[in-house]
Design a protein around this ligand. Structure first.
Ligand SMILES: Cc1cc2nc3c(=O)[nH]c(=O)nc-3n(C[C@H](O)[C@H](O)[C@H](O)COP(=O)(O)OP(=O)(O)OC[C@H]3O[C@@H](n4cnc5c(N)ncnc54)[C@H](O)[C@@H]3O)c2cc1C
Length: 563
């Protein structure tokens, strides 16, 4: 038992767990980081990172068999020949879909941070006040001011390229310099400024190193060269993933025990001590079960897996899942509505052909219902925006003829314009996950059933996005405007949140303002499961800031003898 005892146990080696591991180990705590998947060592385990396009057997694409076998994960744009090895395949880890839900996962050290799109926008005051003002879900127990210093703390370590835009809807951070925008992105930004006072087209803040600083040199990371193949893992450490930063950093302290291939079955609750004492782990390969013990446990296995672990952590005291006295564990799951896209063409700036090649796009922060309710739907949407020169490629012919036709590819003078919505969805009790009473996975853990869907609010928001962006595009002189509802299934945004929400009242929430389970104070949840509402911004920066804040609170409480 002694060799299996640590100060802290952290479940899941993604961004959320990685931050907790860094904080605990840096401050001298012996920490066990449990990860169900294999290790992925920075550089050594990026098998395709330097593969040239012509070296891929299928030129980067999936085979029709792969698509047929993986209807869920193949719907993710990044599941392609170059990075497919980092994604969970549909048949490997089945789950129940009460309603269609694309659950996109990465089971390995680093989690989904290896393949993510690196967009990192802070939340604002309006986002944390949303549920209280608009009367849905429950009030957040924290506000932007509680997270502000943690955002800065995380950004300084991660490296975030951005502009100081001075917007109250999207607070500025500790930014490295941005890449240049292309001429049409600047043009649209100016046009929107001319026609609207409340709308802004800005550079999308992204987790890439555009400047060298001591902290990045210490991490062993170099500048981003804008290779734009980040999902394969970057040998330069040019973008932020857990493998090149948090894990080696924590290992260097000598206080981290990283255990890959360790599937956490449940958290062990001691009825006599009235607290959690450890976790039950099943070796993913041998299937042998082993218990580990610690004073404090962080459950950061990603939103839905965190829900599953807690639901599966039953005891006499908690027959329905750890901390679940109010029956709300697994409920109020929400996500982001990415269904609306809009495309257009622009015939200006024909003399310019530079796309820019930066590894981020432009961003339009939410402008609907920000200061007051002004539409017949709740909340709003942000949007991504991009423009690139249109090229005409002649793919006719075979052999030499095809080659010479391809070499004639040229810009046709037009620009292709696109924007996609990122809508907030309203957390509802009916959007929930539960554990299956019969079906178990290969490790004897019950399967999760996901029962999550869009609602009328989402449909209205999609229509509003179409109307507003058609108007904005028209005012900018864009032509041939086409709207499209891509009918993406929930989950395909890969921003699932909730189920173990934070709140002020133990009757209506699971976690307090420090991410402790109200009913079991030495268990913390600081990944997406803790989110009370979803805002419109990409959420991972907030998961990291919340994790760093929660870990530092736990550290202080341990030092005071309170945990
Ligand atoms: C293609 C793509 C693009 C994305 N783009 C963006 C973006 O631009 N901006 C943004 O903010 N977010 C983006 N995301 C989402 C982002 O990747 C996630 O929000 C983030 O990685 C979540 O971090 P996490 O640590 O909470 O979860 P994960 O990264 O999923 O890590 C959780 C870890 O826990 C492990 N685990 C699970 N269950 C168990 C168990 N029972 N026992 C032990 N270990 C377990 C998993 O194997 C995993 O390694 C994107 C995701 C993808 C896939």
């Amino acid at each position: 038992m002694k060799s299996n005892t640590f100060d802290t146990i952290i479940i899941g080696a993604g961004m959320s767990g990685g931050w907790a591991a860094k904080e605990f180990t840096e401050k001298g705590f012996k920490t066990l980081l449990l990860e169900r998947g294999p290790n992925v060592e920075h550089i050594n385990d990026y098998p395709t990172t330097n593969t040239q396009p012509w070296e891929f057997k299928h030129r980067g694409r999936l085979t029709s068999k792969e698509i047929e076998d993986n209807p869920i994960v193949s719907s993710c744009y990044a599941f392609r020949e170059d990075a497919k090895h980092f994604f969970v395949k549909d048949k490997e880890h089945p789950y129940g879909q009460v309603k269609p839900f694309d659950w996109i996962r990465g089971y390995q050290v680093g989690g989904k941070s290896i393949m993510w799109a690196r967009q990192v926008q802070r939340w604002s005051t309006f986002d944390f006040e949303g549920p209280l003002r608009d009367g849905y879900a429950v009030d957040w127990p924290i506000r932007y001011r509680d997270l502000e210093e943690w955002y800065t703390y995380v950004e300084r370590f991660v490296g975030v390229s951005g502009n100081k835009d001075g917007l109250d809807t999207l607070p500025d951070g500790a930014f490295l310099k941005p890449w240049e925008s292309n001429v049409v992105e600047d043009y649209f930004s100016d046009q929107v400024k001319r026609h609207y006072t409340d709308r802004h087209v800005i550079y999308g803040r992204c987790a890439h190193l555009t400047e060298s600083k001591q902290i990045f040199v210490q991490q062993g990371r170099g500048l981003c060269m804008s290779r734009k193949i980040c999902q394969r893992g970057c040998p330069l450490g040019g973008y932020f993933n857990v493998n090149s930063t948090l894990i080696p950093w924590a290992l260097k302290t000598g206080n981290l025990t990283l255990k890959p291939n360790s599937v956490v079955h449940s958290v062990i609750y001691d009825e006599a001590k009235q607290k959690a004492v450890g976790v039950r782990v099943i070796d993913s390969e041998t299937k042998v079960s082993q218990d580990y013990f610690a004073k404090v446990i962080f459950v950061t296995a990603s939103t839905l897996n965190t829900n599953l672990i807690l639901l599966n952590s039953t005891s006499n005291r908690f027959p329905n899942g750890l901390g679940n006295d109010n029956g709300l564990l697994g409920k109020y799951i929400a996500f982001h509505n990415y269904r609306g896209t809009i495309n257009a063409e622009y015939d200006g700036f024909q003399e310019f052909t530079t796309e820019g090649g930066k590894p981020t796009s432009h961003y339009i922060p939410r402008f609907r219902n920000v200061y007051k309710q002004e539409t017949d739907f709740l909340r709003g949407y942000a949007a991504g925006f991009g423009a690139r020169p249109m090229r005409e490629t002649n793919r006719n012919g075979f052999g030499d003829k095809l080659k010479s036709n391809l070499l004639e590819t040229k810009e046709n003078g037009m620009w292709s314009i696109n924007a996609h919505m990122m809508g907030e969805t309203i957390p509802k009790e009916t959007n929930q996950v539960s554990i299956d009473k019969e079906k178990k996975d290969s490790w004897g853990i019950p399967q999760i059933n996901i029962d999550v869907d869009y609602d009328a609010n989402d449909e209205k928001m999609i229509n509003d996005f179409f109307e507003q962006f058609t108007e904005m595009f028209t005012k900018a002189g864009f032509k041939n405007i086409k709207i499209n509802d891509n009918h993406r299934r929930p989950g395909n945004d890969i921003h699932e949140m909730g189920g173990v929400r934070m709140g002020k009242d133990p009757k209506t929430s699971l976690l307090n303002k420090w991410n402790q389970l109200h009913q079991c104070k030495n268990v913390f949840v600081s990944d997406g499961a803790c989110m009370t509402s979803t805002s419109t911004q990409n959420p991972s920066l907030t998961f990291m800031a919340i994790s760093a804040r929660a870990a530092n609170y736990a550290i202080n409480e341990i030092k005071k003898g309170n945990l």
